[in-house]
Ligand binder design. Structure first.
Ligand SMILES: Cc1ncc(COP(=O)(O)O)c(C=O)c1O
Length: 396
């Protein structure tokens, strides 16, 4: 826990008028982490933030001066980002884009649209003709991994709804060539999320580079920009073991030189790895009970606020912040649950704890990405948790 978060929680413990439940974010930690990521990248690389990870306004305002731009994956995200950060560079990706969303992207002047299929290519070309405008595009590709390892969340490298099949590439390129209103900047890949293995990610980058160089030769293309996606993971089971981004960047620089990629702009669009670490979800223990031989701690809130553990089917890492009550349990194994009347409302199963009492606070870490915004917030009509942003809050 960062000192800023710990200090605030200790203060809140003295003053909370009723059982507590909230998200807390350390914006200074977020800024420092993102700045470190941006600065470590080789010269021909850019870092965009995939807003789907956490699009809350203070998160975006903190990141805006640090990252090269934002990636939107829906018309809703696009409008939200453009309203708050009209001067920020925007990318627009995602499957099943509506014509109205494509039109909004064109009117907003997004820097690049990631095209997911031949149908979408046609849709965009007709739209540009109707509006009398042009569009810069990338073709999102799904390619086989050729023996490289995948992760537990694969968007490609196997049949998925995402991107174009390489078999459709000749036709896509022919259609782009016939469409003077479409400018092909390059290719987009996002084959996997939850990457924890630095070397495997370097090998994935090598695979992208070689694939694109092959296409350049085969089709006589000039690829100006290559979007290599996001996908850097957070190790929820070993929460202090961070993906070694600086070391990854050093290896990447060597790879770029070895593969003669210095003339191509490489664009990362990371989500989870940027914002997960700055967020904490805090629940106060309401009840502790034994049920058919196992101990349960029932805390205020649940997976309708914080779906991450249920979505990932994992035990989410947490700290116990002791309250004033004498401990009810000592050296026991406890399952941490929320207030929902479903057995799926579990945040961590059979966790060893030294001490626990009613009134203690459970502080779940790495809750700044794919957390509040992916949760089924209206189920059972419990109130929303407070959202507390700490640190310097840039305007915007
Ligand atoms: C196209 C695309 N880009 C970027 C991301 C961000 O991925 P991550 O949060 O794993 O970095 C995703 C996540 O689903 C995605 O689908």
């Amino acid at each position: 826990m960062t000192p800023l978060i710990e200090q605030k929680l200790l203060q809140l413990q003295q003053t909370a008028p009723e059982p507590f439940c909230a998200y807390l974010y350390d914006l200074n930690a977020l800024a420092a982490h993102a700045r470190q990521m941006r600065e470590a990248l080789p010269a021909n690389c850019e870092l965009f933030y995939a807003a789907k990870a956490n699009p809350m306004a203070p998160i975006l305002a903190t990141l805006a001066p640090i990252v090269d731009g934002f990636e939107a994956a829906s018309g809703g995200e696009l409008t939200w980002l453009a309203e708050r950060h009209p001067r920020q560079r925007l990318l627009f990706g995602g499957p099943g884009k509506l014509e109205s969303e494509l039109e909004a992207a064109l009117r907003l002047g997004v820097e690049c649209i990631h095209v997911e299929s031949l149908t979408e290519l046609e849709r965009l070309a007709s739209l540009c003709a109707r509006l009398g405008c042009t569009a810069s595009i990338m073709l999102r590709m799904n390619i086989p991994l050729d023996g490289l390892p995948s992760t537990r969340l694969a968007m490609g490298g196997k049949p998925t709804p995402f991107g174009l099949d390489p078999l459709d590439l000749p036709e896509a390129l022919a259609r782009v060539a016939e469409q003077p209103r479409l400018a092909l900047l390059g290719f987009h890949f996002h084959l996997m999320s939850h990457q924890l293995d630095r070397q495997a990610h370097i090998e994935l980058m090598r695979h992208y580079f070689r694939t694109v160089k092959g296409w350049q030769r085969q089709y006589g293309l000039k690829v100006k920009v290559l979007n290599v996606g996001g996908g850097i993971g957070v190790d929820y089971q070993h929460p202090d073991r961070l993906f070694d981004w600086p070391e990854f960047c050093r290896d990447l620089e060597a790879l770029i030189a070895a593969e003669q990629m210095t003339g191509t702009r490489l664009r990362f669009e990371c989500g989870r790895f940027i914002s997960a670490g700055c967020g904490y979800y805090v629940m106060e223990v309401l009840d502790i009970k034994r049920n058919l031989g196992e101990w349960f701690a029932i805390a205020r809130g649940g997976t309708h606020h914080f779906r991450t553990p249920a979505a990932q089917s994992h035990d989410h890492p947490f700290y116990v912040l002791r309250g004033r009550q004498p401990s009810r349990l000592q050296d026991a194994s406890v399952t941490l649950v929320g207030q929902l009347c479903t057995p799926k409302d579990v945040l961590a199963r059979n966790q060893p704890i030294r001490e626990l009492a009613i009134g203690d606070w459970l502080v779940f870490r790495h809750a700044g990405a794919y957390a509040w915004n992916i949760s089924h917030q209206h189920f059972l009509m419990h109130p929303a948790p407070e959202q507390i942003f700490l640190g310097d809050q840039p305007q915007g």
